[in-house]
Ligand binder design. Structure first.
Ligand code: ZN
Length: 552
């Protein structure tokens, strides 16, 4: 499948003229006006930036996030699928396609045909590399089965430059795709990229600076007055607390650095370096800069969304974006900014219960062991036989190849019964049910659970069954670095803001639901990029509030 579009892309590159894109040339021929495309598209994903976080803080922003609210504001954007994880979410933002088409069904899936013993495959790796595994892997974009906006941009404008930078590899890879001119993320001790690529001097310099930052201890941030109400310690079962932290860290603690505002600053500095080094936005050909800011997600996982930690992060993110936009202003680039998130998030249930959400809970009696026992019971086999593969107790569940079709049928029937037996389970769907279900239509917020699961389903990658957590249930037990999360089909995990801003545009707010798959068609329209009919699951969002439109 990958080969097919890559070949199409190569043909397109041969045909397109450098100066006038095909779609714009049509307009010129008909004597219609052609809107001037921006010189630079800046697409920002703030990992785990939920709609509720945006609505909670939007009145307090004074910097970059205030500026974006003077543009087109869509507070009810949706990552419409059920598996609200980072890799699937980032795969929708610049492809205009849902995971049922991008093939990125989860952060990890299982391929029972691969050699590695645990059969686990990371969403942005090449599992065919000898000796690799899902934790020590070779990053690759080959898992992404559709082109990205950057690919379409280069097809229309062969001179367009495309760059992706992010905290996480899967964010850069899913937004930049295989053909980005530069694709960089934090690799643990330095910025890293796809195989076979060289390291520009600016990246070497910034890697060294960031490694030096990590090597130093930090006293953390002062808790601003506006965050003092949020600074309530939440004691967790095994004796540690969250809620009143300030990102103080010991020398050399890279995980603490990653879970702090400093991580986003590092990525934005790299973005700035590429703007200057590659002259992004310096001529009339539009360039693309995709930026994945991952700190909000690490902070949400480590501390939840309602403590002093997230409050500090929201203030810092606003200030960092202000500084970044000022940097672009100073270069007199005509740029458009889009900002969204790969998924939302849910605060830790232990604080939810303290703050008027008594229904918030964890999985309780439901676990991976229950799944294994259920399959063993249904097939009359022993649990020691390794009958089941899964990445946790919810999500895609794979049955081992040693089971006969009849045994698999029995196991699937028994697994479906878990929805009635455990309050933590909302629904269990089989691959056969999801294959037969039509792709959903109609208002996104009213989609059934089956609809949501259908758009996360890709045959051959998805499991034999998918288990969905019930509402208000947080999968996983709390521990240092992970107390809260996302990944469920519920709106607190699906709903994200979508913001667009360009200097001089007239702002407006549209409260009705839109989708992250609408972003790529919207950017394609304002850059006059031609895309084959039927490539997108989304639609163009008209960014002009008057009778004029940016969609034609
Ligand atoms: Zn994420």
């Amino acid at each position: 499948m990958k080969k097919g579009w890559a070949k199409g892309l190569a043909l397109g590159l041969g045909l397109a003229s450098a100066a006038v894109p095909v779609m714009a040339q049509d307009k010129v021929d008909k004597g219609e006006p052609v809107a001037k495309p921006p010189q630079l598209i800046v697409m920002i994903s703030v990992d785990q930036f939920s709609s509720h976080l945006f609505s909670q803080y939007r009145g307090r922003y004074t910097g970059g996030l205030k500026r974006l609210q003077q543009g087109a504001v869509f507070p009810a954007g949706f990552q419409s699928h059920a598996a609200t994880e980072t890799c699937p979410g980032h795969s929708t933002i610049l492809t205009g396609a849902r995971p049922s088409r991008t093939g990125i069904i989860a952060n990890n899936w299982f391929d029972l045909s691969v050699e590695r013993e645990d059969k686990r495959v990371y969403c942005a790796e090449d599992p065919g590399v000898d000796g690799s595994n899902s934790r020590d892997y070779t990053p690759s974009a080959d898992t992404l089965l559709v082109p990205t906006f950057g690919d379409y941009l280069k097809q229309t404008y062969p001179d367009a430059k495309t760059v992706a930078v992010a905290g996480k590899d899967r964010a850069a890879i899913m937004m930049g795709g295989a053909h980005a001119d530069q694709s960089w993320w934090w690799g643990g001790d330095a910025f890293a990229t796809l195989g076979g690529r060289s390291t520009p001097t600016v990246v070497q310099t910034l890697s060294a600076r960031r490694a030096a930052d990590v090597a130093q201890a930090s006293p953390g941030y002062d808790v601003p007055e506006s965050c003092s109400d949020s600074a309530i310690p939440v004691a967790l079962e095994d004796g540690f607390t969250v809620g009143a932290g300030n990102f103080a860290r010991k020398a050399g603690d890279v995980r603490a650095w990653r879970s702090s505002p400093d991580f986003d600053k590092a990525v934005l500095k790299l973005a700035e370096a590429f703007v200057d080094d590659m002259d992004l936005g310096k001529d009339s050909t539009p360039d693309l800069l995709a930026i994945g800011l991952s700190a909000t997600d690490y902070i949400g996982h480590a501390f939840g969304s309602q403590g002093a930690e997230m409050c500090i992060q929201m203030e810092q993110l606003d200030a960092e974006l202000d500084s970044f936009f000022t940097f672009l202003d100073e270069r007199e680039i005509d740029y458009v900014v889009g900002l969204t998130a790969d998924h939302g998030g849910h605060d830790l249930p232990e604080r939810g219960r303290m703050q008027a959400a008594p229904q918030d809970t964890r999985l309780g009696a439901f676990s991976e062991k229950v799944i294994a026992e259920t399959v063993a019971w249904a097939t009359g086999r022993s649990m020691q036989e390794g009958l089941v593969y899964s990445d946790g107790a919810v999500g895609d569940i794979y049955l081992d190849r040693q089971l006969s079709p009849e045994e698999k049928e029995k196991a699937i029937t028994a697994l479906k019964g878990l929805a009635d037996a455990y309050p933590a389970v909302a629904a269990v769907y089989s691959a056969a049910e999801l294959s037969a279900a039509p792709l959903p239509a109609g208002p996104i917020e009213e989609w059934s659970l089956m609809d949501r699961a259908r758009t996360s389903f890709y045959p051959g990658r998805s499991g034999d069954v998918v288990i969905l957590a019930a509402h208000s249930v947080t999968p996983g037990n709390p521990g240092p670095g992970y107390v809260a999360g996302h990944g469920t089909p519920w709106d607190y995990d699906r709903k994200v803001p979508i913001l667009f801003w360009r200097k001089g545009m007239r702002g407006f707010e549209q409260y009705e639901a839109v989708e992250t798959v609408d972003i790529a068609p919207t950017l394609a329209a304002i850059t006059n990029v031609s895309v084959p009919e039927g490539s997108f699951d989304g639609r163009c969002l008209d960014l002009d509030p008057s009778v004029a439109t940016t969609c034609e």
